[in-house]
Write a protein that binds this ligand. Structure first.
Ligand code: CA
Length: 262
């Protein structure tokens, strides 16, 4: 049933919860395929190329984290990780497994629907497969280690946002640091572009939560964890020992730092 229909793969070994999620997403207009194990779920992802994957952390065969990583390798789907434990979710976010959102059991169908709606309101990645294909297929000398050329000054593409070493191609949804691509999740990408949209502004956690997930959420610690991951990923590509230019404004939220620092 391909076509314009949105498709989802539900991976959950608990029969009741799998039914609940399947029903909930079907009501939301998804064509749903469900699996009770990690391997069966991966097979469905390969076969269906879904727009959305919900993934239980505790599966009988494979670790949910491993399944998530493998889904990420082959799919651009939105991934929602589901776990019974809040502390487990905090740990998962720290592992940068590439999920787009996290839900704690028990959750209501309405809560799941709201999360899914919020994710799908954000722009989808439009990277073509050639953008992510490994380079160097032409057999020429490796160029990955070469120093990237600095972007020409004063020649700003409309869709290109720069801040020091960081360049954001909003259209392709690609972020680079010194020309090297940062592997950001959608949430991290949206967070960065939001901060950069008004770099001198102090963004409160509540406002960021609102702009990224839509109104009605109060889990401000989610913002902290995503900011932490974003900082780490940016810093990793920057100069040794450098800090990503996102400053914590105590008791309030975050703002971009002057780009000369990074
Ligand atoms: Ca389970």
């Amino acid at each position: 049933m391909p076509g314009s229909e949105r498709t989802a793969v539900v991976v959950e070994d608990d029969d009741d919860i799998r039914e609940l999620i399947t029903h909930s997403l079907t009501m939301q207009g998804f064509e749903v395929a469900a699996a009770a194990s990690g391997q069966a779920g991966l097979d469905l992802v390969m076969a269906n190329d879904p727009d959305l994957v919900t993934l239980d952390l505790g599966l009988p065969d494979l670790d949910g984290i491993e399944v998530c990583r493998r889904v990420r390798d082959v799919s651009q789907a939105y991934v929602v990780m589901i776990s019974a434990r809040t502390d487990e979710i905090d740990r998962l976010m720290g592992l940068e497994i590439g999920a787009d959102d996290y839900l704690t059991k028990p959750f209501s169908p309405r809560e799941l629907q709201a999360r899914v709606n919020a994710m799908f309101r954000r722009p989808r990645a439009v990277r073509s497969s050639t953008d992510v294909a490994p380079s160097g297929s032409n057999g020429s000398a490796p160029t990955a280690a070469a120093t990237p050329a600095p972007p020409p000054a004063g020649e700003q593409d409309a869709a290109l946002l720069t801040h020091g070493r960081i360049a954001v191609d909003a259209e392709a949804r690609v972020v680079t640091v010194d020309g090297r691509e940062a592997e950001l999740t959608r949430t991290e990408f949206d967070l960065l572009t939001t901060l950069l949209s008004a770099p001198r502004r102090v963004w409160s956690r509540a406002v960021l939560l609102d702009s990224l997930w839509g109104p009605g959420w109060s889990e401000e610690h989610l913002v902290e964890v995503h900011v932490g991951n974003l900082r780490r990923k940016l810093a990793r590509l920057g100069p040794a020992g450098g800090r990503a230019p996102i400053r914590t404004v105590r008791g309030v939220g975050y703002r971009m730092e002057e780009p000369d620092a990074f």
